[in-house]
Design a protein around this ligand. Structure first.
Ligand code: ZN
Ligand code: ZN
Length: 395
């Protein structure tokens, strides 16, 4: 028996007035998802526990069966592993975002206008800068998808006990602080501040940004590191469940989680981590991986990105793309041999533009699964299904 788990990141939502009080999932009218619901059991899933607002990191760890509370060491190391950096034991890793700040270091755009062009150049030139030779720390910076990147500090005497938060529009960026009195935290904090300051000075006058400014686009004039942590230890899925698993994902966070859990991780051209992603290519990749893996985990980031932008139309469009991918999988997978689970990793409210603690709709179809009479896939109707209400780690 094989299984496919499909996660639409932040796909669940709340009713929106502009959609006549439908959720984007309901408004998308996803025919294939509805057909899948008719063929299986539905229910609600609390990613962590009822009312707990999760990040994608802990939510996806839970969905893969881990107790996120005990294995999670921070966002940074998961992203760094996903970006193919071999993390050493003493390394401290950060997730980074290219952002736009004004002269007073107040964030004007936390994703630098969702920058796409010129990123290779910015990455290469940042890698050439000489940071903190004073501390004998190696700085490893890598861009990942879109505005995202990772920073790894390599050296002895480093501490992940740093308070460093992701950029928030309207807030100052220099809120990095040591979270304890240790000399290690102080060194790490100072090195990090130096990285942010120098990146800003350098990027402010970079030709890529001069061009962006002349075109009226927000410049990517700072790199903001957040989510510090050391490499976590995850028991591989092949040991936990005796299965060979593969991951089909576009963003480095998910690739990192899956790599650390011993899954085969592949790169898919066209998987952008945004609403323009090539969902069909992901479906095809999943079908190929299913030939020699027991479990294939498909993650699509787009719905979450649209929700954070308050873009209901974009969210509906990417849900419809995921729906086509579900249709493709249903067409080519033998339902007598393969289970399909469909869910969101958490709710992201398009109106609030952030994650919320609501449960998400879950459906499971496949051999021996009871057809519970639920005939569509949405936040509302899933509540009436046979699976009741379970936690992410119970999936
Ligand atoms: Zn998520
Ligand atoms: Zn999100």
């Amino acid at each position: 028996m094989r299984a496919v788990i499909i996660v639409g990141d932040g796909m669940a939502d709340r009713p929106l007035r502009e959609l006549g009080y439908k959720t984007p999932l309901e408004a998308a009218n996803p025919k294939s998802m509805d057909r899948l619901a008719s063929a299986g059991s539905s229910g609600l899933l609390d990613p962590i526990a009822p009312g707990v607002v999760p990040g994608s990191d802990v939510a996806n760890l839970s969905i893969l069966g881990y107790d996120a509370g005990s294995v999670y060491t921070g966002r940074g190391p998961l992203e760094a592993v996903g970006a193919d950096i071999e993390l050493q034991e003493a390394d401290v890793a950060f997730r980074c975002d290219f952002a736009t700040v004004k002269n007073d270091l107040i964030v004007a755009d936390k994703r630098a206008g969702r920058i796409y062009e010129g990123l290779d150049e910015l990455e290469e030139d940042l890698q050439g800068l000489d940071f903190s030779s004073r501390y004998r720390i190696e700085f490893i910076f890598k861009r990942t998808s879109g505005f995202r990147g990772v920073l790894v500090l390599r050296g002895q005497d480093l501490s992940p006990n740093i308070s460093a938060h992701g950029p928030k529009t309207g807030f100052r960026v220099d809120l990095i602080d040591a979270a304890d009195d240790s000399i290690e935290a102080k060194i790490t904090c100072n090195a990090l501040k130096e990285f942010v300051t120098l990146s800003h000075e350098f990027l402010e006058r970079h030709p890529v940004n001069r061009k962006r400014k002349s075109e009226g686009k927000p410049p990517a004039n700072i790199v903001i590191p957040w989510g510090p942590g050391k490499r976590p230890n995850l028991q591989p899925l092949c040991e936990r469940y005796e299965l060979k698993a593969a991951c089909v994902a576009g963003v480095s966070l998910i690739k990192g989680i899956c790599k650390l859990s011993g899954m085969t991780v592949i790169d898919i051209p066209g998987a952008t981590g945004d609403i323009d992603t090539d969902a069909a290519a992901k479906g095809e990749a999943a079908l190929t991986m299913l030939q020699d893996h027991d479990l294939v985990f498909i993650h699509v980031e787009g719905p979450d990105e649209a929700s954070h932008d308050g873009n209901a139309g974009g969210k509906i469009a990417i849900i419809q793309k995921i729906d086509s991918m579900v249709g493709l999988l249903m067409e080519r997978i033998d339902p007598e041999e393969t289970y399909i689970a469909l869910l969101a990793d958490h709710t992201t409210s398009t109106r609030l533009r952030r994650h919320t603690g609501d449960p998400v709709p879950l459906l499971i179809a496949g051999p021996d699964v009871i057809r519970d009479g639920v005939a569509s896939y949405s936040e509302k109707v899933a509540a009436g299904g046979n699976l009741g209400r379970i936690r992410g780690r119970d999936l």
